[in-house]
Design a protein around this ligand. Sequence first.
Ligand SMILES: Cc1cc2nc3c(=O)[nH]c(=O)nc-3n(C[C@H](O)[C@H](O)[C@H](O)COP(=O)(O)O)c2cc1C
Length: 428
Amino acid sequence: MSKAMDDFRLKLGGREYVPIIVGGMGVDISTAELALEAARLGGIGHISDAMVPTVSDRRFNTKFVQEKQKKYKYNIGNTDKSVVKFDLKRLAEAQRLFVSRTMESKKGDGAVFINCMEKLTMNSPRDTLQTRLLAAMDSGIDGITLSAGLHLGSMELMKDHPRIHDVLIGIIVSSARALRPFLKRAAKYKRLPDYITVEGPLAGGHLGFGADDWQEYDLKTIVNDVLVFLKENELNIPVVSAGGVFSGTDAVEFLESGASAVQVATRFTVTHECGLPEKTKHHYLEAVEDDIVVNTISPTGYPMRMLRQSPGIGSGIRPNCEAFGYILDSKGHCQYVDAYNRELEKNPENISVQDKTCLCTQFRKFKIWTCGHNVYRLKDTTHKLEDGKYQLLSAEEVFQDYQFSKDHSIKLPERKISAVSNISLVAA
Ligand SMILES: Cc1cc2nc3c(=O)[nH]c(=O)nc-3n(C[C@H](O)[C@H](O)[C@H](O)COP(=O)(O)O)c2cc1C
């Protein structure tokens, strides 16, 4: 008898979950609404704390960004951004507001985690990361997924918090090699992770592989390497497979070969609850395989997968580190700022930056359309309506398709009558 994901449970911190984790998608693409749906349905959903002051302004009408921009207004025309710092108290306030409001709305038996990317260096990597981590713990988050970095110092940053043994902590890695130093450090603080997410080369967002060699890796092999490594070291830590898990059956294959859950994201980008603008969701649904590129325009230094039509590619907008500045490293540098300054010197009248993108501004405006490799298959998960548009799904429909589907099938949502046929019904 073939199995469905519902035949399995993920055991974490003494509780059981449907083994579906909706991954963090930065700058409010995996919204609180999406994460809360996953939790309501018994799984785990992620919010992301990427650009949390901006997210808070948009959601709660706060003025964090305006305030920072005002403070550093004098520096806007300056090519050197090193003076631009985050006020840690205000950053903590934004994080607390966002996380506590999310957690207050939680229903059901699932959990809400937060995705914390180390590569958001924010011109003071250690302090800003610590502020984000501690404020999330203060505000009742169920779990923290450490991502986009090796996180060698992160356990130390959290070790004295009263919730250190109660909050669930996991890390995303793309190889057993990257996991080893993290575990060594974690062991030093007697706080091993509660789960390890292994993300393969087909994932969305930033990749832990080279832009030219990602095709040489595959998720099954990497997951297996991590399982073997943990077994050899007598470590019993649940492993989560992520990147390219498109159907419930794909997931079952991982669960049957030793993984404890899967982390998925791309299929949820075309749900009502996802934070992308509706037009962008339709670009995802219409994408064909040729539209997908892995490039190095992210100023973080990591390759990233996106649709080649992303309007942010090639744009030469002025960096707005005075308002944002999330990618500034410990010395106040960002690869986009350097690339922009280079072009400014060459051709001040008509600036176009091809090799890097201003990730903060472009992500805030949803103009870099990052996606998993399987984005071109999204059209197979829904109906094409009479008006030529694809029907968006609900998070519940996608979640339950993963949970209950068998034999590589994908259950299409209940068909909605499109606007065009509504009109013809009225006319008739
Ligand atoms: C639109 C989008 C944005 C993402 N943003 C982030 C992010 O901010 N941080 C992160 O760690 N992973 C990010 N990811 C990766 C997902 O959390 C997830 O692990 C991965 O995409 C799962 O593979 P799938 O998309 O093939 O299901 C993103 C993925 C997508 C599709």
